[in-house]
Design a protein around this ligand. Sequence first.
Ligand SMILES: C[S@@+](CC[C@H](N)C(=O)[O-])C[C@H]1O[C@@H](n2cnc3c(N)ncnc32)[C@H](O)[C@@H]1O
Length: 204
Amino acid sequence: MTQLRDFNAAALNWDEQPRRVKLAGEIAAAIEAAVPLSEQWDGLDFGCGTGLVTLQLAPVLRSMTGVDSSSGMLERLSAKIETAGFSNVRTELCNLEEGKLPAGMYHLITSSMTLHHIREIAPLLKSLKTLLHPGGWIALADLETEDGTFHDDPTGIFHHGFSAKELTDLLEGAGFSSIAITTAATVTKGDRTFPVLLATAQSL
Ligand SMILES: C[S@@+](CC[C@H](N)C(=O)[O-])C[C@H]1O[C@@H](n2cnc3c(N)ncnc32)[C@H](O)[C@@H]1O
């Protein structure tokens, strides 16, 4: 079995990489452009990490829940919530690959750069759909299919990105409607550029 990545260790200096902060900002902006967000909505950010996307979307939603399987990542997010005084953001430690689900029902589920760390995407999407109110939205951002050179360390990487067709088929298979795919951002590493796709869809 491929080993899992040590995200607790990565959490210590996660936000010190400007590329990550810039990408999260662009993904959050792309979600705001693609989804008609409402201050009446409760959102959930799956694989939230230190909350780079979570905290950017929180001000335009009623609440935001950051869900992650790494306690180290959630400690960082909790510290940021306290320092910045966010009263509408909470965290929940949960590994969605272990069949566990976070508490609550949501109008929006987001995910940024987490899908490629999940072995089986289809069951995950079906589980996430059960957390959405009728008409609720999902917004998944991840690398477009790449040649495996994006990550210097292959530990815990189960997919070298996704094509628009793969994402569409996965969302259709999980029962989502109104599927749309856009390019949310590009990441430059050395002389290489990696597009990041945003897939949005509704649970009707
Ligand atoms: C590449 S990081 C992205 C973090 C954040 N979304 C961002 O854009 O900076 C992937 C995150 O997904 C989390 N993760 C990986 N597998 C998970 C699982 N099965 N359940 C919940 N979170 C998971 C990791 O702990 C990590 O924080």
